[in-house]
Write a protein that binds this ligand. Structure first.
Ligand SMILES: [Zn+2]
Length: 99
Protein backbone atom coordinates (compact mmCIF):
# COMPACT_ATOMS: atom_id res chain seq x y z
CA UNK A 1 0.00 0.00 0.00
CA UNK A 2 1.31 3.47 -0.85
CA UNK A 3 -0.88 5.25 1.64
CA UNK A 4 1.02 7.28 4.23
CA UNK A 5 -0.08 9.42 7.15
CA UNK A 6 0.16 12.46 4.87
CA UNK A 7 -3.08 11.31 3.30
CA UNK A 8 -5.44 10.47 6.12
CA UNK A 9 -8.84 8.90 5.55
CA UNK A 10 -7.88 7.96 2.00
CA UNK A 11 -8.88 4.38 2.64
CA UNK A 12 -12.57 4.59 2.01
CA UNK A 13 -15.05 1.79 2.32
CA UNK A 14 -15.43 2.12 -1.42
CA UNK A 15 -11.77 1.33 -2.00
CA UNK A 16 -12.01 -1.56 0.39
CA UNK A 17 -15.09 -2.94 -1.26
CA UNK A 18 -13.42 -2.63 -4.64
CA UNK A 19 -10.40 -4.59 -3.51
CA UNK A 20 -12.54 -7.23 -1.90
CA UNK A 21 -14.64 -7.52 -5.04
CA UNK A 22 -11.51 -7.97 -7.13
CA UNK A 23 -10.21 -10.59 -4.79
CA UNK A 24 -13.49 -12.44 -4.70
CA UNK A 25 -13.64 -12.38 -8.48
CA UNK A 26 -10.18 -13.79 -9.06
CA UNK A 27 -8.81 -15.34 -5.88
CA UNK A 28 -9.77 -17.39 -2.86
CA UNK A 29 -12.12 -16.27 -0.14
CA UNK A 30 -9.35 -16.89 2.35
CA UNK A 31 -7.19 -14.19 0.76
CA UNK A 32 -10.11 -11.79 0.66
CA UNK A 33 -10.57 -12.37 4.35
CA UNK A 34 -6.96 -11.53 5.14
CA UNK A 35 -7.09 -8.31 3.13
CA UNK A 36 -10.38 -7.37 4.71
CA UNK A 37 -8.98 -7.60 8.21
CA UNK A 38 -5.80 -5.62 7.55
CA UNK A 39 -7.69 -2.93 5.64
CA UNK A 40 -10.27 -2.72 8.40
CA UNK A 41 -7.65 -2.03 11.07
CA UNK A 42 -5.96 0.54 8.85
CA UNK A 43 -9.26 2.30 8.28
CA UNK A 44 -9.88 2.49 12.01
CA UNK A 45 -6.54 4.17 12.56
CA UNK A 46 -7.28 6.79 9.96
CA UNK A 47 -10.76 7.61 11.16
CA UNK A 48 -9.54 9.27 14.35
CA UNK A 49 -7.12 11.96 13.02
CA UNK A 50 -8.94 12.48 9.72
CA UNK A 51 -12.57 13.19 10.48
CA UNK A 52 -13.64 12.61 6.89
CA UNK A 53 -14.69 9.10 7.69
CA UNK A 54 -16.80 10.38 10.57
CA UNK A 55 -18.56 12.77 8.21
CA UNK A 56 -19.29 9.91 5.86
CA UNK A 57 -20.85 7.97 8.68
CA UNK A 58 -22.98 10.95 9.66
CA UNK A 59 -24.33 11.44 6.16
CA UNK A 60 -25.18 7.78 5.90
CA UNK A 61 -27.04 8.06 9.18
CA UNK A 62 -29.04 11.04 7.98
CA UNK A 63 -29.95 9.25 4.79
CA UNK A 64 -31.22 6.22 6.63
CA UNK A 65 -33.23 8.45 8.97
CA UNK A 66 -34.87 10.18 6.06
CA UNK A 67 -35.72 6.88 4.48
CA UNK A 68 -37.38 5.82 7.70
CA UNK A 69 -39.19 9.04 8.46
CA UNK A 70 -41.56 11.49 6.90
CA UNK A 71 -42.88 14.93 7.76
CA UNK A 72 -46.60 14.99 8.33
CA UNK A 73 -48.27 17.53 6.02
CA UNK A 74 -50.85 18.35 8.66
CA UNK A 75 -48.97 18.75 11.94
CA UNK A 76 -45.47 19.09 10.36
CA UNK A 77 -44.02 16.71 12.87
CA UNK A 78 -41.35 14.27 11.76
CA UNK A 79 -42.86 10.85 12.16
CA UNK A 80 -41.56 7.37 11.71
CA UNK A 81 -42.90 5.74 8.61
CA UNK A 82 -44.82 3.23 10.69
CA UNK A 83 -47.05 6.19 11.61
CA UNK A 84 -47.77 6.96 7.97
CA UNK A 85 -51.42 6.17 7.35
CA UNK A 86 -52.24 8.29 4.30
CA UNK A 87 -50.31 9.69 1.35
CA UNK A 88 -51.90 12.01 -1.17
CA UNK A 89 -50.15 13.94 -3.96
CA UNK A 90 -46.83 13.48 -2.19
CA UNK A 91 -48.22 14.74 1.11
CA UNK A 92 -48.06 12.39 4.01
CA UNK A 93 -50.28 12.28 7.05
CA UNK A 94 -49.53 10.65 10.37
CA UNK A 95 -51.76 8.37 12.39
CA UNK A 96 -52.38 11.07 14.99
CA UNK A 97 -53.81 13.51 12.45
CA UNK A 98 -55.75 10.86 10.61
CA UNK A 99 -56.79 8.86 13.64
ZN1 LIG B 1 -49.68 14.72 11.74
Amino acid sequence: MAIESAAPAVISEEDRAKEIAELKAGKTAEMANLIDESEASLAEEYVLPGGEAAQEEASVEILSEQADEFTCASCFMVRHRTQLVREENGQKFCSECEG
